[in-house]
Each structure stands twice: as C-alpha cells, then as structure tokens.
Design a protein around this ligand. Structure first.
Ligand SMILES: CCCCCCCCCCC/C=C/C(=O)SCCNC(=O)CCNC(=O)[C@H](O)C(C)(C)COP(=O)(O)OP(=O)(O)OC[C@H]1O[C@@H](n2cnc3c(N)ncnc32)[C@H](O)[C@@H]1OP(=O)(O)O
Length: 297
C-alpha cells in the first residue's frame, strides 16, 4: 500500500493525473469490506456495511494544506471514489482545536515560480475532486477552519460544526493581504449568497459557530464530542436517497461553477503565480507568518 501511494504521489506530481484524467489501475487499491488506510497525513476508515468512510486529517500542528498533504488527500479521495462500495465520506480532524488552517503559507513564500504553479494545480485538483465527488461528503468541523480549511468544508454537501466559541470559520484571505480566487468566492456565494459573501470576503470575516449557522455557512451545530456522531446521522439521511438521482442533481447544481474553473484553469495558475511572486505579496505573507509565530510568545 505504501509503495502504491508513493507511486501515485509521484504520478500526481509529474502531472500524469492531469494528463490522463484518472489514476492508473496500478495505483488503485479498492476498498471492499471494512478497510483502513494510513498515509503520513491522513487516515481513512471505511465501514463496508454502511458504505461510509471517515477521512481523518492528522498533520500537526494545524493540518495545513501543503503540496504533500493535498497530494495524499486527493489520492485517498480518488481511491474511495473508485470503490463502488463507498457511498459517503465524513471529513474530520484528529487534532484538538483545528480542523484545517487552510493553505500552507510556507508553500507560497520564498519558492520558485515552478513550485507555485505545481502547488496551485494541486489546490485546484483537490477542489475539483471534492467538489465533483459522487459520494455524499459531510464535514465534521471539530475546530477552527480559516481560508482553505473553510473552502474544504464549503465544498462538502453538509457541514456540522462544534459549538465552541473558541472556534471560527471563514475566508480570511484579505487579512493576510491576499485575495480569494474566483472559485473560492463562487463556492462561498453558492452557499451564503452574494451580499453576505461580499461583506465576508472584503472583511476577511471569521464567523463564530453561532454566526456561521445564522448565515448558512454551516448547516448544524453540535457539542464538540458529538460532531462526528451527528455527521454520521446526517450521512444516513442523505444515503437514503437513491444514488443516481442524487448524483445527477448534485452535478446539475455544481456544473457551472466547476466548468468555470476547468475553462480558466491555466489562466488561474498564471494569475496565482504572477500575484504570489510580487514583492509586496511576499512581504505580506512573511509578515503574517511571523505574526502567527509571535502570538505564542
Ligand atoms: C487578482 C486576483 C488574483 C488572485 C490570485 C490568488 C491569490 C492567492 C490566493 C491564496 C488563497 C489562500 C488561502 C489560504 O488558505 S491562506 C492560509 C490562511 N490561514 C490562516 O490564516 C490560518 C492561520 N493560522 C491560525 O489562525 C492558527 O494557527 C489556527 C487558529 C489555525 C490554530 O491556532 P493554534 O493556536 O492552535 O496554532 P498556532 O497559531 O500556534 O500555529 C501552530 C504552528 O502552525 C503554523 N501555522 C498556522 N497556520 C499555518 C498555515 N496556514 N500555514 C503554515 N503554517 C501555519 C504557525 O505559524 C505555528 O508555527 P510554529 O509552531 O513554527 O510557530
């Protein structure tokens, strides 16, 4: 399994996944009954009787979405997608207090233009795979989830968040001096509407769980120790709907947003690389990283 994953990761890095559109058969190892899979940063437990997998992010300190993390995540999701027995995935975090801190800022600082392009392609791939998944996807948000972490939750079909005022969720990019790309914006607009998104994005607003529920950014709150149980209950409600009818409905709803990124994918990478290589943006990101480190002192 480790060797297959390693091979899959190198194929993904080498762009083979983009070239052929799917992972090679060799890279696939289908789940059929109860199954566990561990990579460095992710564990997947699939219950063959319910058809539900729990994908747990376990990349300390904050489950930041590095190139390695994104590669492992996308491969794990692809494997589940190819397994006919798997009908739903619950995403959650093994870390206390943090669901995901979003994109790994160190991937956007002090690197080459080639690195930024490869990183951004992996971010796009991650979004596309999760957004267009045929499986029911439920986010069990058991901690804070800024920016890319919020995006991950937003692309799921349903969001259950821990009702703890210490946690927050939102697209806070402007606070870092950067801009949420159009497909982040589209994903949020589709969830909470244009006016609320306009305010939230400009202000880089991080919502408390109660406020997130009020605006529809999350669907349900639960006490921290019940988030995954509530997510499982929601999952069984969604799985009661015939798969083919639900798939077709989901893809009808999501196709225009998905197509917009697919059509402008290369331009979006160029835009990202041009943006992130600017001295002023590098300075903002470095200062933000430094401020995160200073907070602890
Ligand atoms: C014209 C338009 C063109 C558009 C082109 C595109 C433009 C670019 C678009 C980019 C989109 C970006 C999306 C993102 O996701 S950016 C990331 C945003 N994330 C954040 O702001 C989160 C920051 N982190 C936190 O708020 C907290 O860490 C958190 C609440 C998540 C957890 O708090 P906690 O107290 O538990 O942990 P610490 O703060 O002490 O952090 C522990 C260590 O982790 C490091 N850290 C935290 N977050 C990140 C991160 N996102 N990336 C990398 N590293 C991170 C932190 O520095 C600590 O490190 P040290 O232990 O070394 O001090």
């Amino acid at each position: 399994m480790a060797a297959l994953l390693k091979r899959s990761a190198s194929l993904l890095r080498a762009g083979a996944l983009q070239k052929h559109g799917v992972l090679t058969k060799q890279a696939l190892c289908l789940f059929s009954t109860n199954m566990r899979m561990f990579t460095n940063k992710i564990s997947v437990e699939m219950d063959g009787t319910t058809g539900v997998a729990v994908l747990t992010m376990k990349s300390p300190p904050v489950n930041s979405l590095s190139l390695d993390f994104l590669t492992e995540f996308t491969i794990s999701l692809e494997k589940l997608e190819m397994d006919k027995a798997c009908r739903g995935v619950i995403l959650t975090s093994a870390l206390p207090r943090v669901f995901s801190a979003g994109l790994d800022i160190t991937e956007m600082c002090g690197k080459s233009a080639e690195h930024y392009a490869a990183f951004w392609r992996a971010v796009q791939e991650f979004w596309l795979k999760l957004y267009t998944s045929n499986m029911v996807t439920v986010a069990a948000i058991n901690g804070s989830c800024p920016a890319g972490g919020c995006l991950m939750a937003l692309v799921c079909d349903y969001r259950v968040m821990a009702d703890d005022p210490k946690f927050s969720i939102g697209l806070n990019e402007t606070k870092l001096g950067i801009v949420a790309p159009f497909w982040f914006k589209d994903t949020m607009t589709n969830t909470i509407g244009n006016r609320e998104t306009e305010k939230a994005l400009q202000l880089g607003y991080m919502y408390s769980p109660a406020d997130a529920l009020k605006v529809g950014l999350v669907d349900q709150l639960a006490s921290a120790d019940k988030v995954e149980t509530v997510a499982s209950t929601v999952m069984s409600e969604w799985l009661a709907i015939p798969d083919h009818a639900r798939h077709l409905t989901k893809s009808m709803m999501r196709k225009p947003t998905r197509d917009r990124l697919v059509t402008h994918r290369d331009a979006d990478i160029t835009s990202f690389v041009n943006f992130v290589t600017k001295d002023s943006i590098q300075k903002s990101l470095q200062m933000y990283l430094e401020s995160l480190k200073q907070r602890k002192r």
